[in-house]
Design a protein. Sequence first.
Length: 256
Amino acid sequence: MASDCSPAKPAADHSAKPSFYSVLEKLPLDHLRSSERFFLWLEFVFSVMSGTPLDSSAAEKMGRGRSSYETVQRGFLDCIALLGDEMERRPYEDLLGGYHEMLNSRIDRTVNGQFYTPTNICRMMARITVSEQFAENLKPGEVISLSEPSCGSGRNVLAAAEVLGRHRSKMRVTCTDIDIRACWMCYINLTMWGIPATVVHGDSLRLKEWGRWVNMFWQLGEAERKQQLKSKKIMDAIKNLQFAESDSPAFPRSRN
């Protein structure tokens, strides 16, 4: 997706069901609850985007027969398209995290130690932290490094990207969460918006790591950054050489 949409200032309505909801509910997955369907779909989307093989247990949940599996697979792919369409209509909103909040009660999230920062607070913190002017003043090869030790679905990063707008490609975000489902949501959100990110499944407090995934925009951005640094190094060498030549004393011409 990764389009340049103007920032959407109205507060997100996380109680509204996203457009992919109805498709998920109609798929032949009667053995799964709504939240389980959603998490299965997240794992599928993450697998598609990151190139990580789909877990065998997840593949089995999608259908034991080839026909039922392909039906669910097509439905899941349709949901990705619907998610992209809705992201275009509601730029930088955390649609996945909002739906996750709707499916899981506050009690369940509290037991798991999950507290999602309200969108308006995320936007306020983002405006304090970054700005378009700051990004415009970066020299070639310089980037904006952000670390999210408890990223959830990536809501704070989306808010920062909203402030930076077209400069979000200069971001290098490292996001960590102890909940693998949060990692899936964060990876999907940031990749759909073209934000260079590394998502880590780990425990920031205990310094443990169980998985790490770098999205394509980080890889592309780093390749471009290295090329910029290489070009800058060559140009600096040429300038230094010219300066050295201009400082050299002029030798008198020899007479025959």
